[in-house]
Design a protein around this ligand. Structure first.
Ligand code: UDP
Ligand code: UDP
Length: 303
């Protein structure tokens, strides 16, 4: 997401300092921006302080795929919590406006459907997803306390499942797993019976919404949901991907991981009212663009 955001901001004429600790990110994703005079790449981990001069901050830092954020769960919480404190400290000192990429995970395994922003969520505080969910929830707390205590200009967006080109082929999330499996002729791994639902947003739509929200008047803080409300079961997604890739792959059921939310779909009325935002990329066109990306990655890896 960060590479797409950087690209769009550079193209709009802004100067961008892009930070990455490369835990899950890849330099290849911003290689095409390195020679641009308005773009600068820093290897930096947001759990450490950073002194630069900026007027807007987008805090997207944190591994987001369960297999990655569960590998070092303590570091995951630190990234969200210490990262938020450092970035909020930076915003406070420079009087910058700061946007937090929060997540639909703050709703946990929801009993309200679809999820609207005033729903407080149902999150297990001690489970294997907690490092991510509670880290992101605490980051939201810090954002609203810096806003109340220091008048820091904040924007909090809750991002629902997003996919697109530049995802790592081994990212572990469902869209990338299924596309790579289908293209390689491997079985598609469904966790559980595939009846759980998700709503998938194409990355370009998401970035468009995020930038629009960032530039709203100061008094609008969010939290605001961003995502595509078209909901699918994971089984439907698997079937769609087999069809789009024209693959002979079969479906293989694996055990469902603990605390895996059963359903998820954003209520985006707020985004629609505030920024006139509605995702415009349907799942077929989004998957076709993402498939083209992975086909190329697979081709390059075979050279
Ligand atoms: N911080 C930072 N860059 C800055 C200003 C602050 O990384 O430009 C960090 C700093 O290390 C501090 C944190 O942000 O630990 C919170 O800063 P704040 O001013 O809110 O708190 P204080 O420094 O008073 O604890
Ligand atoms: N999932 C799956 N097969 C995979 C990867 C994920 O069935 O190879 C399921 C997963 O259990 C979850 C859904 O797909 O129910 C979305 O998983 P993902 O990790 O993409 O996102 P999140 O669970 O954070 O929404």
């Amino acid at each position: 997401m960060g590479s797409h955001l950087s690209e769009k901001l550079v193209m709009e004429g802004h100067e961008v300092i892009c930070l990455d600790n490369f835990y899950t990110g890849s330099k290849a994703n911003v290689a095409h921006l390195l020679s641009h005079p308005n773009f600068e790449l820093l290897r930096h981990d947001v759990t450490f302080p950073l002194y630069v001069e900026v007027d807007q901050i987008y805090n997207l830092a944190c591994p987001a795929s369960p297999i990655h954020y569960q590998r070092d769960p303590v570091q995951t919480t630190k990234t969200s919590v210490h990262g938020a404190i450092n970035m909020l400290g930076l915003a406070k000192r420079t009087n910058a406006r700061i946007l937090q990429a929060s997540t639909s995970e703050v709703y946990g395994d929801p009993e309200v459907h679809p999820q609207e922003e005033n729903y407080w969520g149902r999150v297990n505080p001690i489970g294997i997803r907690s490092c991510y969910d509670e880290g992101k929830r605490c980051a939201e707390t810090l954002f609203f306390d810096y806003w109340r205590q220091n008048n820091t200009e904040i924007k909090v967006v809750r991002i629902f499942n997003t996919y697109g080109p530049r995802m790592h082929p081994a990212d572990g999330r469902v869209v990338s797993n299924f596309l790579v499996q289908a293209l390689m002729g491997q079985d598609l791994t469904i966790y559980g019976d595939g009846s759980q639902t998700r709503s998938f947003c194409f990355v370009d739509d998401l970035i468009d919404g995020m930038i629009k929200f960032m530039n709203l008047p100061a008094e609008i803080t969010g939290p605001m949901n961003l995502g595509n409300p078209t909901e699918f079961t994971i089984l439907e997604l698997a079937e769609k991907i087999i069809q789009i890739t024209n693959s002979n792959s079969k479906i293989l059921m694996h055990p469902l991981p603990l605390d895996d939310p059963k359903q998820r779909k954003p209520d985006i009325s707020l985004a629609s009212t505030l920024i006139g935002w509605n995702p415009i990329t349907d799942i077929e066109s989004g998957l076709i663009k993402t498939m083209a990306y992975f086909e190329n990655v697979i081709k390059e890896s075979r050279k």
